[in-house]
Design a protein around this ligand. Structure first.
Ligand code: MG
Length: 215
């Protein structure tokens, strides 16, 4: 069967790695420890996948440069705390990536994480070898700007119409749509199915391996 897509681009947190709970916890603890307003769980889930700068702007607006830097460092240190167990990948992710590679798809990652955070997650998960490339928000523009998708497509010599963006947040899907790519949402991360559907994905899936039906 001919492949519909040559390149499949995955968001990381909440799409491949089950890290949403940890992110919410660390964000709230960072805010609490700096006596800043503590956003509730839903509000924090809503910023996962944005660049750190945009996330801070959204949830704790009005911080000056120094306070912003302090918050970023506190969050980063909490998230990297070796006392916390590494966050797991979702069940079926490894089998999904292997199957997609076996059928000749190129795989990539587009994430709001910083590069050091993605490299650490690559290391913990053991998944790095599946991907031909990756882009992080600190290297390009934050989602939903289409730049990450467009850069990955250009680098891999793939037309955006032959790429598929997969993510758990509305702005993952909106980024793909603006780039001219099809999208598939996943319902098991940070975003609700209802919200994902407003970005007009081809489908919203409920388990990683369901993606095989759409490629
Ligand atoms: Mg995500």
């Amino acid at each position: 069967m001919e492949r519909q897509y040559e390149l499949i681009i995955f968001d990381w947190d909440g799409t491949l790695m089950d890290s949403v709970g940890r992110i919410v916890e660390c964000w709230q603890e960072a805010a609490r420890s700096l006596s800043l307003p503590v956003a509730d769980d839903n509000a924090v889930r809503g910023i996962i996948g944005l660049s750190m700068a945009e996330a801070i702007q959204t949830l704790v607006p009005g911080l000056d440069e120094g306070q912003t830097l302090t918050f970023r460092e506190r969050y980063r240190d909490l998230y990297a705390d070796p006392a916390l167990a590494p966050t797991p990948v979702f069940d079926g992710v490894e089998a999904l990536l292997e199957s997609l590679q076996a059928s000749g798809h190129k795989l990539a990652v587009a994430t709001g994480k910083a590069r050091h955070g993605l490299e650490r997650a690559f290391g913990h998960s053991g998944l790095k070898h599946h991907f031909v490339s990756s882009r992080t928000a600190c290297e390009t523009a934050s989602k939903p700007d289409p730049q990450m998708v467009l850069e990955l497509c250009r680098e891999q010599g793939v037309a955006p119409s032959r790429a598929l963006m997969v993510g758990d947040a509305w702005f993952d899907l909106e980024m793909g749509r603006r780039a001219g790519s099809d999208t598939v949402g996943v319902s098991y991360g940070a975003g609700s199915t209802e919200h994902l559907l407003t970005a007009s994905p081809k489908a919203v899936i409920h388990r990683p391996l369901e993606l095989l039906e759409w490629v």
